[in-house]
Write a protein that binds this ligand. Structure first.
Ligand SMILES: Cc1cc2nc3c(=O)[nH]c(=O)nc-3n(C[C@H](O)[C@H](O)[C@H](O)COP(=O)(O)O)c2cc1C
Length: 226
């Protein structure tokens, strides 16, 4: 399988990427896959200009000449795409959102109404072989609503994505927290193995991955002591 990882953390030592790395370890346990990791922050990707030149051309390419067309080539060729990024202001970091916005060359202007009542643009080609995983870390403890906006966007923007939203991820890069971080990393590795066999994650697995490492009150107390 061809696996594309879009790493949207701007940091060299990403909390979220520790989870993604563990997931990849399980997913690629037998070293049978071609894994391509793109550190989006290092790429030159301008915001979408909204010119719809791509819809006039219908060639699957963006009219802006920067690194996005290289990403689109990888995108179209992938079996699995993992979007790995920290939650920023209840959504995606802007440099990664630019990548998502500029996937519109992969759809046409033509609209279709789906049986669930939603309206989408018709895909330029059959991309049904592409499976999407979203792994998002965040700085808050688990609370209702923190990921709502992001989840809605991902469910609309991707086809049947597996979405994993993890609270308290700064703990993953704190050596003193290894006692609680290592079991979570082990669960991500196991989930990667599950994904390799089914190309999807069960509800129980997602719930286990989203389990806080420590109780919210203890997390807040520790943060406020810094
Ligand atoms: C600009 C900015 C916005 C953020 N917004 C949120 C947010 O809305 N909710 C949240 O829980 N954490 C938020 N965070 C915290 C990050 O998601 C958190 O630090 C995460 O662990 C960073 O992951 P990384 O190391 O993979 O980049 C924000 C951080 C930054 C820098």
């Amino acid at each position: 399988m061809k696996i594309l990882v879009l790493n949207g953390s701007p940091k060299k030592k990403s909390d979220t990427f520790r989870l993604t790395d563990a997931f990849l370890k399980g997913l690629n346990k037998n070293n049978e896959n071609e894994v391509h990791i793109v550190n989006v922050i290092d790429k030159k990707i301008s915001p979408c200009r909204g010119c719809f030149g791509c819809w006039s051309n219908e060639n699957g390419r963006c009219v802006i000449d920067d690194d996005q067309n290289g990403i689109l080539d990888l995108y179209k060729d992938s079996d699995v795409i993992i979007w790995s990024f920290p939650l920023y202001c209840y959504g995606m970091p802007s440099h990664l959102k630019a990548v998502l916005d500029r996937t519109i060359p992969l759809v046409k202007m033509k609209m279709v109404k789906l049986s669930d009542g939603t309206v989408r643009h018709e895909a330029l080609a059959d991309f049904s072989k592409i499976h999407t995983v979203v792994i998002c870390g965040c700085g808050f403890p688990k609370w209702e609503g923190n990921f709502n906006g992001l989840k809605t966007m991902c469910k609309m923007g991707f086809v049947n994505p597996d979405i994993v939203c993890v609270p308290e991820t700064p703990l993953l890069n704190i050596p003193e927290a290894a006692m609680v971080a290592d079991p979570l990393l082990a669960r991500f590795e196991k989930a990667g193995e599950e994904y390799a066999s089914k190309l999807s994650l069960s509800e129980e697995t997602v719930a286990a991955l989203e389990q806080p490492m420590i109780p919210a009150e203890a997390y807040i107390q520790n943060v406020n002591r810094l």
